[in-house]
Write a protein that binds this ligand. Sequence first.
Ligand code: PGA
Length: 256
Amino acid sequence: MKIIVKDNYQELSRLAASVISDLVRKKPDCVLGFATGATPIGTYHELARLHKEEGLDFSKVRSFNLDEYLGLTINLNLPYELDQSYARFMYEELFKRINIREENTHVPYGLTENPEKFCEEYEKMIKDTGGIDLQILGIGGDGHLGFNEPGSSFDSRTRVESLTQKTVDDNYEAFYKKAGVSKDDMPRKALTMGIATILEAKSALMLVSGSSKADIIKKALEDPITTEVTASAIQMFKGDAIVILDKAAASKLTRI
Ligand code: PGA
């Protein structure tokens, strides 16, 4: 695992985008695993800039997102701030800004009537592409990887997961509050790739920004691997794994 510390969020985003764009240039039909949340927004906007100004071509790229809230999916009739689905997030922050083909993008379908069957099919769809070449990851305030909350098994596959109060609180502060949505109306369940699903990617790129993540990323990267901090599974990653942090997020690491 390679750990890289950049001075600030902008530099983190630029480096992350260059890792992704190098792969897209080398393997135009690569399979990317996308993450949502506040952290990758700068990376996605930088990819959009590379597309616009340097012609970075996503026309053959296929993608799978890590997770989606159960009960939500994209609704373009709603203003963006009222549509908190991850499908909408991907559309607004990346997909509409680049030339990726809609049919090549996959975000777990939050309105599925049969989540178990859907999750099995999602796993199969990933396998049928030959697997994810590069999975982008973040870390939650409670150490989650995707929406694999503390206690999730390292053998877990794509499934329905209940969100912790910490995750609900964090997402309220980061997104829902601005939209004027009450905490009581926030989704409490999600569809998420499992930890085993994530670990099967050929490479991984974890992005971590801000002092609020300093304690938890130290646990994930330097303390013993534990299902209590599911992001510590990154230590077991068999392919190439790169973790890019800004200085604030790296401030508690001791082995730099
Ligand atoms: P954040 O979310 O980028 O909004 O901090 C990260 C995560 O929950 O994985």
